[in-house]
Design a protein around this ligand. Structure first.
Ligand SMILES: NC(=O)c1ccc[n+]([C@@H]2O[C@H](COP(=O)([O-])OP(=O)(O)OC[C@H]3O[C@@H](n4cnc5c(N)ncnc54)[C@H](OP(=O)(O)O)[C@@H]3O)[C@@H](O)[C@H]2O)c1
Length: 216
């Protein structure tokens, strides 16, 4: 599959590398189109890796990932262009974190979420929020952690969620919990308020949430 990767940070690079390893073609997009981190990634990732602007990456992708800085994701997606996102699955991995006051806040929460804002702004895209509740190393290699642990998923289009679940299974995810419509992204994004504190108590980012159920 052709993937448009919006984001040149550690998440964009980690997901892009994994997707290329799985045989997909990935174009990594940035604001300028000649971002040095994107060029470095493409240089290492091989013939199925390329770079471009956010718009070029979105136009290239049959599926598009939003791995941009959460507070700037709406700006980045506007640069990607509504026409390049329409009709496509838009996998939203971003978290609307705001450290501007020195204390963690979310730029949107409680009665709304970044996932919902994106879906409202790009009604032609099928937004699926997922993978935002764990560090990038775990995201692309869930079997690095022992036992069962979960990825959540939110979105209004069931067919899009089914396709994204297939991609997650190809990463090795065994437990994907479909939380429901894109509104449920409010909960998945709010989990970051807990995740950041957990991160402060752990040796590194290699941990995740598990949900323990009663025996049926
Ligand atoms: N780090 C993790 O393990 C982790 C885990 C789960 C979710 N997340 C979420 O994943 C997303 C990516 O995280 P990251 O650490 O890889 O990268 P990041 O530093 O949060 O974001 C980098 C990307 O944001 C773009 N960007 C920055 N400012 C912008 C602006 N004003 N307008 C438009 N685009 C802008 C950059 O564009 P250029 O390429 O042009 O510089 C770059 O592509 C974030 O939303 C983060 O919360 C991170």
């Amino acid at each position: 599959m052709r993937i448009g990767m919006l984001g040149t940070g550690m998440v964009g690079a980690g997901l892009s590398t994994k997707l290329v390893q799985l045989g997909h073609e990935v174009k990594m997009g940035s604001r300028s189109g000649d971002n040095p981190k994107a060029a470095e990634w493409a240089g290492k990732a091989g013939k199925n890796a390329s770079t471009g602007t956010f718009a070029e990456a979105a136009a290239f992708g049959e599926m598009v990932f939003n791995c941009t800085h959460g507070a700037d994701s709406m700006a980045a997606l506007k640069m990607a262009g509504e026409q390049n996102l329409s009709g496509k699955i838009l996998v939203d991995v971003a978290n609307p974190l705001d450290f501007s006051t020195g204390e963690l806040k979310l730029t949107v929460s409680n009665t709304d979420s970044l996932g919902e804002q994106i879906q409202r702004a790009f009604p032609g895209a099928k937004v699926v929020k997922t993978l935002n509740t764990m560090g990038v190393e775990v995201m692309v290699n869930p079997s690095m952690l022992p036992g069962e642990h979960v990825a959540f998923m939110s979105g209004d289009d069931q067919g899009a969620k089914d396709k994204v679940a297939e991609v997650l299974r190809s990463f090795g995810w065994k437990s994907v919990i479909d939380l429901g419509g894109i509104k449920s992204a409010r909960g998945a994004e709010a989990l970051l308020l807990l995740w950041i504190h957990l991160y402060g108590k752990m040796p590194d980012g290699r941990f995740n949430y598990n949900i323990v159920r009663a025996k049926q």
